[in-house]
Ligand binder design. Structure first.
Ligand code: PLP
Length: 389
């Protein structure tokens, strides 16, 4: 890999050489048939990954644009949205909805824990909610949402199930063809970005709408958006030689390659790999006395939020790691200074993670702790090998 540093933050994630090569392709006209063919192919690959027969949108923008696109096209001003929040990114839907006059109600868990599905059931039974947002993996806490528990409840009450997969898509199962109990009970919208588990540089917003979600768009008539109005994009997604707003040509080259790698690995294998990496990283760090904020049965496969042992200086720890070429992220909000976040998703390799475990142990020893990196590595290997069995 050309990368000089190991970028193990919860996105952007390490970019592999073949994606850099794709990115460096000749910039052509956005209506050139050669580019249009690549754009079309990347959209088809996203459809294959999410197993949707609805519409997929791939446009310039970060994950937040994808969140906005999901909400404004499905929920009108004055309609009700229930936000299921496991942290900072779940909470982002509150302000986002409010900015468009949507009536937002929220169920927040204590950071590190999951919202109880019974509470969701109670809320939905007592209100006329148009939609519910689920953050599949909340990047602030490392908590995963249990789609198998939540989607059936949401669909039973006739609300749209909107899944924020920015830190999960391509690493944790998201299948729009999957029936959650009843044959009609499916995830309606999945939104994501390019820079997390897909492993492409930042800059693409990706959203999939099923037929039910498209019908919700139809009902709204005029949405309070222009760039994010899916009706301006449907003609382009179906015929990428048409123009609405210039797509980021080179990033689309990169996405096409990134998605080729995702499908080449295979979704089942990829989900298993991420699950094993997550468990392995958390188990190895626990050997150092560093425990994950989330309990193992609620922990995300893609990133972990790790609590520092007593007395650790966050800034000194992360600066020492950065000097060794390992970049991890600080924690957010009230956890700032008390925890760090490590990503283990996308095209991150077993070798990189093993190296990270060693560097973290060595750094702790330099900072006056006494830990055994070889023991942690042994533990890491034991769990990470589960991906191939
Ligand atoms: C990163 C992230 C976002 C925001 O994406 P940006 O690309 O930073 O706009 C939203 N939701 C989740 C779950 C994320 O991890």
């Amino acid at each position: 890999m050309r990368n000089e540093e190991m970028l193990l933050i919860p996105g952007p994630t390490p970019v592999v050489d073949s994606i850099y090569d794709a990115l460096a392709g000749e910039t052509r006209s956005h209506t050139d048939p050669r580019f249009a063919a690549i754009y079309r192919s990347s959209i088809e690959k996203i459809k294959d990954m999410l197993k949707t027969d609805g519409e997929v949108f791939v446009i310039a923008g970060s994950g937040t644009v994808a969140m906005e696109m999901a909400l404004v096209n499905t929920i009108a001003a004055g309609e009700k949205l229930l936000v299921i929040s496991h942290g900072y990114f779940g909470d982002r839907f509150i302000k986002l909805g409010q900015a468009f006059g949507i009536e937002v109600d929220v169920l927040q868990s204590e950071w590190g824990k999951q919202v109880n599905p019974d509470e969701v059931e109670r809320k939905l039974a007592n209100g006329d909610f148009k939609a519910v947002t689920i953050t599949h993996a909340d990047t602030s806490t490392g908590v995963a949402a249990n789609l198998d528990a939540l989607v059936p409840i949401i669909k039973k009450h006739g609300a749209l199930a909107i899944v924020d997969g920015v830190c999960a898509t391509a690493a944790m199962e998201e299948d729009m063809s999957k029936a959650y109990g009843d044959p009609d009970h499916k995830i309606d919208v999945i939104l994501t970005g390019s820079q997390k588990a897909i492993g492409v540089p930042p800059g693409l917003a990706i959203v999939a709408f099923n037929k039910t979600a498209l019908a919700a768009r139809e009902q709204i008539k005029n949405v309070p958006a222009y760039y994010c109005d899916i009706y301006n994009w449907i003609p382009i997604m179906n015929d990428p030689q048409k123009y609405f707003a210039t797509p980021p040509v080179n990033l689309i080259y990169a996405l096409e390659e990134g998605m080729r790698l995702v499908l080449e690995e295979g979704l089942e294998k990829r989900y298993k790999r991420h699950s094993a990496f997550g468990k392995a990283v958390r188990a190895a760090l626990a050997v150092y006395g560093m425990n994950a904020l989330a309990a193992e049965d609620a922990a995300a496969a893609t990133l972990s939020c790790i609590l520092y042992p007593q007395g650790m200086d966050d800034a000194a720890f992360r600066a020492a790691l950065a000097k060794k070429g390992l970049i991890v992220a600080g924690a957010l909000a009230h956890l700032a200074g008390k925890a760090f976040r490590i990503g283990h998703m996308g095209n991150t390799t077993e070798r990189m993670l093993e190296r990270a475990i060693v560097l973290i142990g060595e750094t702790m020893n330099e900072l006056g702790y006494s830990v055994d990196p070889s023991k942690a590595v042994e533990c890491f290997k034991e769990f990470s090998s589960a991906r191939t069995v």
